[in-house]
Design a binder for this molecule. Structure first.
Ligand code: DGL
Length: 267
């Protein structure tokens, strides 16, 4: 089984592409909606919540867990991989979204000027900046936190002029810095992809994050048969939430693009 973890239902944008690319595997999607959003929380809290969620998914039988959440990937992944995993589950794996997106951004960037938008925690962690510079030292990275977008998207304000105005305001400093590529470093933002593209302008390459993460997972499984061999293949999907399943099903189906029937769990 493959576990997909997100702070809530935003990660369904990523899962939508993963299940399209790899339909034969069994999945558990876990959204910690009760404690979401993570984006304004401290590193310590994000780490603690993410560890609890991954532990839960391992206990359900997941061999591999993908942190679809940018905030959890930024603030918790490295420490979990380096300290917790070797001590408690040395044979299992946790992957995040930062590395795949950074790799693609470096490939896509023509002039080495890359913009990143995300939650406050993601931006403060500098996870994207560190990864991008690790891959290519001379790259210039311009970050912008966009905390108003998650609530607007969850309210369904996708086509509102107010939302467009706020995106414009957030992208202004990045456009002034003449970025050539833009990483949408948050699970929710792909729902505003059209607006981001229009406002960023033709010269900016806005990366399709969910598709990139899914493609990189296909590649990872090809390169790691020792993990791939352990995955069950019945095409079954379970959706779990830590809050009201009704709310999760209603909003989640918009993010996933198809109906959901979730169950409630406690972490
Ligand atoms: N899933 C989070 C992310 O990708 C956004 C929502 C939150 O702040 O929890 O950063």
């Amino acid at each position: 089984m493959i576990g997909i973890f997100d702070s809530g239902f935003g990660g369904l944008t990523v899962f939508k592409e993963i299940k399209r690319a790899l339909p034969k595997y069994d999945y558990i999607y876990l959204g910690d909606s009760l404690r979401s959003p993570y984006g304004g929380r401290t590193q310590e809290t994000i780490h603690q919540f993410t560890q609890q969620a991954v532990d839960f998914l391992f206990k359900q039988g997941c061999q591999l867990v993908i942190l679809a959440c940018n905030t959890a990937s930024s603030e918790a992944l490295r420490k979990l991989q380096q300290e917790w995993l070797p001590a408690h589950h040395p044979e299992r794996r946790i992957l995040g979204v930062i590395r795949p997106l950074a790799e693609e951004a470096i490939k896509a960037s023509r002039f080495g000027r890359i913009g990143v938008v995300g939650t406050k925690a993601t931006v403060q962690s500098k996870a994207y900046e560190k990864e991008l510079k690790h891959l290519k030292k001379e790259v210039k990275v311009y970050q912008q936190s966009a905390p108003l977008l998650v609530p607007l998207i969850e309210e369904g304000w996708l086509d509102k002029p107010e939302t467009r105005m706020i995106i414009k305001k957030y992208l202004r400093p990045l456009k002034d810095a003449q970025i050539d590529s833009l990483i949408l470093g948050c699970t929710h933002y792909p729902l505003l992809m059209k607006e981001f593209k229009r406002i960023a302008g033709k010269r900016v390459n806005v990366l399709n994050a969910p598709k990139i993460v899914a493609d990189k997972l296909v590649d990872y499984l090809n390169r790691h048969p020792e993990i791939e061999n352990k995955l069950t293949r019945n095409g079954q999907i379970k959706y779990l939430t830590t809050n009201s399943p009704e709310h999760f099903d209603e909003l989640g189906s918009k993010f996933l693009g198809s109906p959901i029937k979730s169950a409630k769990v406690a972490l």
